[in-house]
Design a protein around this ligand. Structure first.
Ligand code: DGI
Ligand code: FE
Ligand code: FE
Length: 192
């Protein structure tokens, strides 16, 4: 699948700046490593990693129109920070602009920023890879990287928990799916 990788990278490159493109490559490589560690389909992880921030720099008004017009996109996004829109909107745009047909890849892109309840294995891999890729310097990220060496659910929980703490400390609203991810992962771990 080397050709697929080159094609997909070539497709996203014009939509990203250099820094974001390099982040994209690191997320992709991290997602592949996590898949080798925890199982799953390497090609899906690779494609989702490459495409995950496709819509990051799209015009805010254009994204707003997509949210208003596409029945699959949750309208409550509009009452939350626009920084959260690029995942769900990107997933829908990629269907039209890239011809992305893989629903699992599309879902993982859609929830990569916030997480959600009942994340799939691929959702978790992309959510975590975006959080721990080697360029990230979030407070607490080193501990999450350590946890990610052995436990996918616990590492995702720590990432969601850190994000919630970070946002609350800044007196920022938290999108409900981020809490849903936290609660769901916490329950999985408590019941395991
Ligand atoms: O696109 P990236 O920069 O690679 O990373 P991302 O898609 O995780 O977006 C990161 C930003 O999203 C970061 O500033 C924290 C913010 N974020 C994540 N979850 C929430 C959130 N912001 C709000 N307001 N609410 C959330 O639930
Ligand atoms: Fe993102
Ligand atoms: Fe990202």
């Amino acid at each position: 699948m080397r050709v697929n990788r080159e094609q997909a990278l070539h497709f996203v490159k014009p939509h990203l700046n250099t820094e974001r493109f390099e982040h994209t490559i690191r997320v992709t490589d991290t997602a592949i490593q996590l898949t080798e560690r925890f199982g799953g389909d390497v090609e899906q992880a690779e494609l989702a990693g490459i495409l995950h921030d496709y819509a990051k720099y799209r015009d805010r008004e254009e994204m707003r129109r997509w949210i208003l017009q596409d029945h699959r996109l949750p309208k409550d996004l509009l009452s939350h920070h626009h920084g959260l829109w690029h995942g769900p909107v990107g997933a829908v745009m990629l269907e039209f602009e890239y011809g992305l047909e893989d629903r699992e890849v599309s879902q993982a892109i859609a929830c990569h920023t916030t997480g959600k309840k009942n994340m799939s294995h691929l959702d978790k891999i992309i959510f975590l890879a975006d959080y721990i890729e080697p360029g990230r310097t979030f407070p607490g990220v080193e501990e999450v990287r350590k946890t990610a060496e052995s436990d996918l659910n616990k590492a995702c929980l720590a990432a969601a928990s850190n994000t919630i703490t970070f946002l609350m400390n800044k007196h920022q609203p938290v999108y409900p799916d981020t809490f849903h991810a936290y609660n769901n992962l916490q329950n999985i771990i408590l019941n395991s």
